[in-house]
Design a protein around this ligand. Structure first.
Ligand code: P6P
Length: 351
């Protein structure tokens, strides 16, 4: 007689392992803020909602005629993409819909936007954001991201929000995070107590804890830079890139060059695998390209919370005193030993 399948029996009840959702995690970790009255939790919840809406629009962009440029430029002089503007409006609406935020600054807006009605006048937080970073990749289906940074306002509650509320050094951040709209959509954030990553389960529309306590490897084998700008780089950067490309078995070189041209995607890969991302000064970009307030500061907060380093080649990014809303800084960010080695070359070939 053929072997009949043996029935599976178990005395233990089959229990589904329920993942922690982002909403549950935010509430559970509210205890990290003894004086928090849940306002930061509600703020993070509005960001969570906006991320889901933007994710939905990005995923159908190719069908819904919201690809391509809209014929206007943002303050950076960059062609605004339809999805850039959609993402900006979506996050702006979500942040205004709750009462925790009194103002927002965005890569897509010339100046900050104050929410100066009664509901928001006493709000204690301000947000800076790059609503859709890497948008030049949208039309070719390469992953893009949202980056956000949260501070307490320093102007008196009830008064109109002012520029000084936005020009705070990165060390003053209360929270920072990014959304990467990639092969899966993830939201990664810190409130100063480590870094945690949540993956969107599209079948239930919920962000679930998938990467608890993220830490960046001290060393890595990946360097991320636009090598097309090589001739414009300072000598120290050129020498560091040659170091990355030299054969040396003892130090795992040559490294691998990986550059997506989408900051959030390059940063996220290096955070998980180890690596360094460089956007140095150059004759074409005397202050680098990336913006201090809503790109470099939030990612620097995250990487330091994950055990990494982020500098402008000399100084911690988080210590830089901002002078302008859209100011650019050079950035070296990632695995600490790799950033330190890059620094050594910058020092050795200081011009
Ligand atoms: P480049 C996208 O425009 C962005 O701000 C980052 O996402 C990306 O890392 C960088 O610029 C790419 O700049 O000059 O190499 O094209």
């Amino acid at each position: 007689m053929a072997n009949l399948p043996v029935p599976i029996t178990t005395k233990e009840p089959l229990t589904m392992v329920q993942p922690t959702t982002l909403g549950e995690f935010i509430v559970e970790n509210q205890r990290d803020f003894p004086f928090a009255s849940g306002e930061l939790s509600q703020l993070l919840t509005s960001i969570r909602l906006a991320a889901k809406v933007v994710n939905r629009e990005i995923n159908k962009a190719g069908l819904a005629d919201i690809l391509g440029a809209i014929g206007t430029e943002n303050v950076q002089g960059e062609q605004q993409q339809k999805l850039d503007v959609m993402a900006n409006d979506t996050f702006m609406r979500a942040l205004r819909s709750m009462g925790q935020v009194c103002g927002v600054a965005s890569e897509e807006e010339d100046s900050f936007i104050g929410f100066e009605d009664e509901i928001h006048a006493d709000a204690k937080y301000i947000v800076l954001m790059d609503p859709l970073d890497g948008s030049s990749n949208i039309d070719v289906n390469v992953s893009v991201g949202t980056i956000f940074s949260i501070y307490r306002r320093i102007s008196p509650a009830g008064s109109p929000v002012s520029l000084k509320d936005f020009l705070q050094p990165g060390d003053a951040q209360i929270a920072a995070g990014y959304v990467v709209y990639g092969s899966s959509t993830m939201l990664v954030y810190t409130t100063g107590n480590g870094v945690n990553g949540f993956t969107l389960d599209p079948s239930i529309g919920v962000f679930c804890l998938s990467h608890p306590n993220m830490t960046i490897p001290e060393e890595g084998k990946i360097y991320s830079v636009n090598e097309g700008n090589y001739v414009h780089f300072p000598t120290g950067v050129k020498q560091y890139l040659k170091y990355c490309q030299e054969y040396d078995e003892a130090t795992n070189r040559p490294y691998t060059s990986r550059y997506i041209g989408s900051l959030v995607s390059d940063f996220h890969r290096n955070l998980i695998k180890g690596g360094v991302y460089l956007y140095p000064t150059g004759t074409m970009a005397p202050n680098g390209k990336l913006r201090l307030l809503y790109e470099c500061n939030p990612l620097a907060f995250i990487v330091e919370q994950a055990g990494g380093m982020a500098t402008n080649g000399a100084q911690r990014i988080l210590e830089i005193d901002p002078t302008e809303l859209h100011q650019r800084v050079p950035i070296f960010i990632g695995s600490p030993r790799m950033v330190e080695t890059a620094h050594a070359f910058l020092q050795k070939y200081k011009e």
